[in-house]
Design a protein around this ligand. Sequence first.
Ligand SMILES: [Zn+2]
Length: 853
Amino acid sequence: MKRLMSMLLCVALWVLGLNVNAQVSLDYYLPQNVTFNQDVPTPSSVIGHEVGEWHITHDRLVQYMKVLAEASDRVTIEEIGETHEGRPQVVLTITHPSNHVGMDKIRSDHVWLTYPNEADKFDTKKMPVVTYMGFSIHGNEPSGSNSSMLVAYYMAAAQGPEIEDMLRNSVVLLDPSFNPDGLNRFATWANMHKSQNINPDPADREYSEAWPGGRTNHYWFDLNRDWLPLQQPESRNRIAKYHLWKPNVLTDHHEMSTNSTFFFQPGVPQRTHPLTPKLNQELTAKIGEYHANALDSIGSLYFTKEGYDDFYYGKGSTFPDINGGIGILFEQASSRGHAQESDHGVLTFPFTIKNQFNTALSTWKASVDMRVELLDYQKEFYKSALREADGDDVEAYIFKAEKDPVRAFHLAEILAQQEIDFYRPSREIKLEDDTYSRDNSYIVPLKQRNYKLVKAMFETRTEFQDSLFYDISGWTYPMAFNMEYHGMSSRDYGRNQLGTKIDEPGFPLGNVVGGKSDYAYLFEWHGYYAPKAANALLEKDIRLKVATEPIVVSEDLAFDRGAILVTVKNQSLNSDELFQALQDISIASGLKIHAINSGLNDGFSLGSRTFLNLEKPKLAVVVEAGSSYDAGEIWHLLDTRMDMRVTKLPERRVGSNAIDRYNTIIITGGLDLSESEMEKLKSWIRNGGTLIGTGPAVSWMANNKLTNLSFAEVEYPDTAEIEYDAIENYYRSLNIPGGVFKTKLQLTHPMSFGYYREELPVFKRGAIFIEPSESKFANPSTYTEEPLASGWISDANLEAMKETSAIRVTSLGSGRVVSLVDNPNFRAFWYGTNKLMMNAIFFGRLVNGYAAK
Ligand SMILES: [Zn+2]
């Protein structure tokens, strides 16, 4: 790796080209030998400052793009959707005016290349290449979006036969801001701290953003991990556009640490996902030569084939690799604000923009030069995928969630958005102990053009060429959604089992079964949105109880532990109003709510003391401490899915009387509390509060005696024989990069209510292992004897993990402390474990004193 690096590193000096306080001009960015159409407006004529003088705000960015599209017959603009904060996501289509006339046909011909049986009808020599250029998905990596105005201006205004030729042979989809909310948040920060005398001192507040920073979107999600799961609107809007076009090349312009140089893909060769064809990496490297030339010509340092990888398909630069395209990651050393001292001298914001601008242009040039090669590659990608499907032992995947069709629906929704073909089964299918019914199951055949994408989402993988990962190593979707599922072999499967094809899955219908009752209602806790339903009722001051024992109402009607009892008498609503409310809630939550007309059911009475009162959660999640991702995921889960109010409580208020208004506080990391603040938190728990900690917070809670857990030791291999150049990688490999591991639930424990199968796959990263309690009743969940399901883990960590606790509930006074070793809300697509968080919130306080020791 080191040798490769020195071969590929440019030896030119780092030329910044700009004095810190010099006025930047358009000439600084643009190539010298090109003339520009004077009728096309420059960025500064619209945004009111030169590019790089201030950080562009999103509204001005959009304003410029609109004016540009108005003025140029090479450019059109459309809004593809809105962000959480209501900002428009715009995409420009830039090509030769003659192509704009027949755009629909150009697009549909292009997409036909991805249909193996149709592709040969189209002559790639006569087709334009499609390049999707995207910028600053991390909002605080702003050089990308700021350069996008220059890229668009150049493509609209540059003149000459070469430009005409490039426009004729390409369609560029230019997405100037992948993350408008984050970009704007960061622009505000950088601009509000700018001095007239620009101060490059790295200690200045300008270069040190306040928590959570501008990297993420509104709910603090990393949008560059969401290309596959599509849990955020920004991603759904973008991927709809992506699939409409199936681009050949997609660029993803980022920034990295200030003391770095510039990176372009390919990444570390042995860390490419095995489903990505070898030719993909070769083409990426060939495109890389264009970036090298461009950066050489302006004297910029760079590196390639190290540091970053091409493994997790949820990233913008890797997602195209499983969709017949080439994804390219660019990483520019960040000036963060307007100029900052670095190992390479003062790094100015305009300089970072200039590098992004030049590599956007080199991508364009490479795409056009390699046009036929890229189009043929795309065509062959889908053809060879079909051939590979022929050789696969698995013919189809079938999945369902027997008692929670909503969860299965949400997985089906992703498949539909990713243009994967799937069906209802034409008849009931029995596989081992599972029966897949026609209206409750989905079947995904592998012999389809998106074979590779299906594999990427459904396969489990535990063998790897390398032990280091830039991101997660396992993400198997049916496990993330805790589906009952099977890979069907040719023995199990025939095409006649495919029933109705599903293009848009429908949200499961909820209703009140049995109509209005004057006595009571019951609903199961299995449903994904059961907590939302319970909370909606508690918000109306309806008293609820939870069943801690199974209930048999009649021969045909029984309920599991966790079922919610709503009695009719003596409530804040009369029986008609309550019925109406329950109808609305059942529909919104996709739940079956059952009318019960008698208190004595097969010997089981609804007044039984095994029903416990449910308290209305009054929630705070602590912020400004721990990971903003983890906190954001909780905020997102509670706010957008469960319709629950949660206070984002700053860490500094945890030790104050402010916390007395909550009965539940969630922390995602250690807190920095004084002795008296810690005492306040402890007395809040002793008085009945529930403290829930996830991941790193578990260690902190144990170290501060909020819970009495002990940690399992890991026996890492001896380092005596490791050589100097391997020691860094050795220590990195001690971590668990993120994968899927199996746990075993104790189904009678309140923390497991709503689950109906013992085995639960969880997402795990980081190596924290809790010794299990000696008493079975105090272990709601433990890792199994063979916990690895999908992903990479070292032998030592795997050995240490076996049969340790994944969840513990302990008491402190009359309060409870819930330790969730793993993050149950990972990136919002881990639907299977969200219920653990909801159970901690609703039932944590109900765990009895025997178990909560
Ligand atoms: Zn980034």
